[in-house]
Design a protein around this ligand. Sequence first.
Ligand SMILES: Nc1ncnc2c1ncn2[C@@H]1O[C@H](COP(=O)(O)OP(=O)(O)OP(=O)(O)O)[C@@H](O)[C@H]1O
Ligand SMILES: [Mg+2]
Length: 527
Amino acid sequence: MTEAENEHPEVTVLLVDDNPQNLKVLYETLKDKGYRLLIANDGEKALDLAHRHQPEVILLDIMMPEMDGYEVCERLKADPETADSAVVFLSALDDLEAKVKGFALGGADYISKPFQSQEVIARVKTHARVIRLERELQAQNRELQSDQARILNSISEGIYGLDENGIIEFANPAAGVIMRSSVEDLIGRNFFETHFSTAAECPDGLPVHATCCQGVAENQRDIRLLRADQTGFPAEYRATPKLEGEDLRGAVVVFRDITAELENEQALEEARELVREQRDQLAHTSRLTTMGEMAAGVAHEVNQPLTAITNYTRVSKRMMSAEHPNLNLLQETLDKIEAQSHRASEIIRRIRRFMKKPATGKDVLSVAALLEDTRQFAEVDARNNDGTIELLIPEDVPDIVADPIQVQQVALNLIRNALEASRDTASDLPVEVSATRAGEGFVRISVRDYGPGLAEDAGENLFLPFYTTKEEGMGIGLPTCRSLIQAQGGEIGFERPEGGGACFFFTLPVADAPAAPSSEPSSAGAV
Ligand SMILES: Nc1ncnc2c1ncn2[C@@H]1O[C@H](COP(=O)(O)OP(=O)(O)OP(=O)(O)O)[C@@H](O)[C@H]1O
Ligand SMILES: [Mg+2]
């Protein structure tokens, strides 16, 4: 038969009856009620129309030749396209058994013939509304589920839903990728037995176990998990208890493979270690260089008193071999020998103090005393370079807080550079070592020479390790100075002073000692 179109085709109603008269009455009853009406006069046609149009309501006659209403209903319910339609049976069979059978096959309602048009209208209206609402709900559900599925599929972390025994009830695609297994293979397996080799002996202490069995949330990094192929990998996971009201229903485990992260961390740590080693090596090289240079200086300096001692000893022996030795003169000569040996041991003591004293902590230091000590050190260098050193320290320069050995090392490096720069110039002006206040909290110590000065482009390079313009230079003097001064809380820099030459300076913090401004400046090296 034909389809009868309605002007408001939101709800579709299928009328099925082998009797044309009945169909006509049904059609007349419902035709102006805003439905789209379809008509079928046998079971096959009804199934075909229903499959194509998914009517909300099907008014279905039971007694039909070839295929009766029960069979039509059964087949409608078996087809997913039509399973949710509300089937309302129409029959003159008003016995209970027929109704029960109809409901058992999935029928929604039953109207006895001969029917009242008001009853048909009311029931169709109710069922149509219910089915519409149901379909809307299902559509929303599907949307929600596909949203959830999209989210779960796009997450790169693996997600497991476990029941309270650790059986995997849910796994997202990332879990399959990480475990090198299909999601279908993972589902139904025991999480502990699949991912831990020790699960059979002692599952209690295993990760996630407490979450599944006691509802304790867990969070661990660098746990070894086994894949389905028995290879292992380091993982990080968070396990959250799955609760239904008060009841524990297992756990949700979010995990990821951290192999690459660990490798990166290790590479970073190795790089840091390398930097540490190189810095230590640089400092060590710097110390060795200084020690080597000092050794030559020490040999030179100590040689003088030793030569004097040898000479005085010879004189003494000659005096003693005289028939009447002049004991007064001999006494004087022996005093000189004693003085010279004191001088030699003083030199060695100073060197030892410089070399051996570990750089421990800071002291309150007199700038004048510290620089005078440094000048004495640099005497040997001054002689070697045919230069002189002049100290210009005003009396009102405050004491500083610093490590004396480190400050001395810095000053010595700058003085040496200045002496080396002055060596080849015609000028015989001295290297000037001066100290001034720099702002409120700092003292600035400057080492100025009248050498050739600094190249225009030297600025960026000077403090870089191994930058040198000297044949025998290492280029580690200035970088060492910078790291030492920065460690003391000061700054280091250079200027190109008017009148030529170069000026290197560094600052150090003033001591906070509550000394009255009028008090005598301290004269000792370290207070
Ligand atoms: N007072 C100065 N006048 C001119 N150039 C200087 C002066 N001080 C440093 N320089 C330049 O800076 C460079 C780096 O100095 P640095 O003290 O770091 O190394 P170096 O003196 O060459 O070698 P070393 O490691 O033995 O000290 C020097 O080679 C030199 O070119
Ligand atoms: Mg140097």
